[in-house]
Design a protein around this ligand. Structure first.
Ligand code: FE2
Length: 271
């Protein structure tokens, strides 16, 4: 399995978690959203406009549980144009440490075993519950996760759980097999003036194969931090909920100009 990961930059493992676990996570996310005051925090998450990057609610979400809205769910006057439970883009970024249900899911033994086989000293850095709402679930443009979670040497690995069936009809994931062997193209980082994206390497994405990672409910996709991946908007009538967990190696240096930060009250922990 680790030979395939090294060759292709990803693994797709069907039936990694039970349907019951998927439903429990979805239910817990719904409970968290019910407690979210959408009038107080209208931060839209977009991979295209990055307006969220100037927003303290986003900037300080590395050690919190916060809620980000879909671009198309907020009108020009800043009002939600649909119920909040259908307007949420994602919840992030420390639910795996702050919420007991997400913590238990994120530290289940078979995941700990897998993570321990891929990283020497895995630390659970970032979690997100991604709603990919029917009709409006936004595009996530081609990117490498190490752009956002940078260590020296690079060690970011993403664990992406399909909580519902995900395919090309509802914004499932595409990837470029083997392209993790190329360089990191960009870094998203903190500067005195705020968050910015810096180009590290102008090498274009390779022209090679693009594969659709169709993932049935309960599947796990493991992503190398340098693997380019993408998901299209969800224009279908069904949602495509997913939970993602990103780990880094505790033996690597996590740069303090990374966008995602934690206060000393909540140190990173392993599985
Ligand atoms: Fe990603």
């Amino acid at each position: 399995m680790s030979a395939s990961f090294a060759e292709h930059g990803y693994l797709l493992i069907e039936d990694f978690v039970s349907e019951d676990w998927c439903d429990r996570l979805a239910q817990r996310a719904g409970e968290l959203v019910a407690g979210f005051d959408a009038d107080a925090h209208r931060t839209v998450f977009s991979t295209k406009t990055v307006a969220h990057a100037a927003d303290r609610y986003f900037l300080e979400s590395g050690d919190a549980i916060r809620f980000f809205l879909e671009e198309e769910a907020v009108d020009d006057a800043g009002r939600l144009n649909r119920p909040k439970e259908l307007a949420i883009n994602k919840i992030g970024h420390a639910m795996h440490d702050l919420d007991p249900v997400f913590s238990a899911f994120s530290r289940q033994p078979q995941l700990a075993a897998l993570g321990g086989g891929l990283l020497r000293q895995p630390l659970l850095l970032q979690s997100m519950f991604i709603f990919k709402q029917p009709g409006i679930g936004g595009e996530v443009s081609w990117h490498q996760d190490s752009t956002y979670l940078y260590t020296e040497p690079m060690s970011c690995i993403g664990f992406w759980f399909a909580l519902e069936d995900a395919d090309s009809s509802n914004g499932g994931m595409l990837a470029m097999p083997g392209a993790h062997k190329g360089p990191l193209r960009k870094r998203f980082l903190r500067k005195a003036a705020g968050l910015t994206t810096e180009t590290l390497d102008e090498t274009p994405w390779p022209d090679g194969e693009v594969v659709e990672l169709a993932a049935r409910k309960g599947s796990l996709i493991v992503l190398h931090g340098l693997l380019p991946h993408y998901s299209s908007p969800n224009r279908s009538l069904r949602s495509r909920q997913a939970y993602t967990l990103h780990c880094i190696d505790g033996a690597a240096h996590y740069r303090d100009d990374n966008w995602l930060r934690r206060g000393s009250h909540l140190p990173l922990r392993g599985f």
